[in-house]
Design a binder for this molecule. Sequence first.
Ligand SMILES: NC(=O)c1ccc[n+]([C@@H]2O[C@H](COP(=O)([O-])OP(=O)(O)OC[C@H]3O[C@@H](n4cnc5c(N)ncnc54)[C@H](O)[C@@H]3O)[C@@H](O)[C@H]2O)c1
Length: 378
Amino acid sequence: MAKALNVGMIGYGFMGRAHSNAYRKVRNFFDLDYAPVLKAVCARDAAKVKSFADTWGYESTETDWRKLIERKDIALVDICVPNNLHREIALAAAQAGKMILCEKPLAVNSKEGAEMVAAVENAGVANMVWYNYRRIPAVTLAKKLVDEGRLGRIYHYRAVFLQDWTISADLPQGGTGLWRLDAAAAGSGVTGDLLAHCIDTAIWINGGIERVTAMIETFVKERKHNLTGKVEPVGIDDACAFLARFKNGSLATFESTRYARGHKALYTFEINGEKASIQWDLHDLHRLSYFDHRDESGLRGWRSIHVTDGEHPYMNKWWVPGLQIGYEHSFVHQVADFLEGLSKGIPTHPTFRDAQETQKVCDAVLESGRSGCWVNVA
Ligand SMILES: NC(=O)c1ccc[n+]([C@@H]2O[C@H](COP(=O)([O-])OP(=O)(O)OC[C@H]3O[C@@H](n4cnc5c(N)ncnc54)[C@H](O)[C@@H]3O)[C@@H](O)[C@H]2O)c1
């Protein structure tokens, strides 16, 4: 018999759905000692949260996250709310001795992130941050190839994350669905929202980042604020491009914007090593492009690996070779790994401490964007 693990979810938006789906699916595909139980979901609107609970099979609802944290029948708190609420909820949940899974970015800045790391470590509670791209099989395979030394010395890391949904100057900021444009709720713009993903993947695959120099821009300077009804200055970065030096001596470029007309979620990265290169593209997430200079010269070229074979990461849990999986599966994998970590009594990465490294890079990027100078990552 699997041990029940009672989940209390806070927030039922995009990530609330992605995580609920993962908790429901995980035991159908992975053999685990723990069984997530959808015990309670919390959001402020009683009718809407009830409807969400009915759709996804939660046993009960709350409209105040403090009440959810106080409940004795909740073992794990899942934070799926805007970034400015992560710290307060995590601190309360740690104090109550709950395990915590927190959405990314860990916090709105590394000062808050440090408090959160201290809170979970002092409380000794299991913790993890949902940098889910690590668990897309092709990305996991990229990490494996680099760890095996197949690329040799790494020279370059190149990542972009492009969207186009905030170009209209008429788009308001703040409130439901648009909190990402409100610096008070989001902390930053594309840096914390999109580049945080790129930075997490990069640190995971290529090691720590030493220093950065950034260029940031806010193209639309004022927008109506949905919560006040007034036109207010926009405090987020609409676009950010930065150069970075990794501790291993490699050079990197990162770029993100919500003003790249035609792109909805183009996350790509490329790594160039002495012996081989790797490319990955979220729009084609089940493929990994690989070029190996050691191949016979006349046949040398980019291979497009369809990452769907049983020997590829996670893929033996799904269908038969050749049949691909999608975005939502990265969350299923992350839950599976977390539950396996619990059984073994080991942390599942990225922990709060791991995610704090990304937070520090984001802080350095924003500071450099404002000052125009190179900034060392703290
Ligand atoms: N891992 C990823 O790829 C990924 C993708 C999207 C978002 N995120 C992160 O997930 C978090 C949530 O983003 P989202 O896209 O799901 O946002 P969303 O706007 O779709 O949902 C936010 C939810 O928070 C709820 N909420 C807001 N204030 C609350 C409060 N005081 N108490 C209880 N509930 C409250 C809202 O009602 C809503 O249900 C953010 O930190 C975001 O950065 C991560």
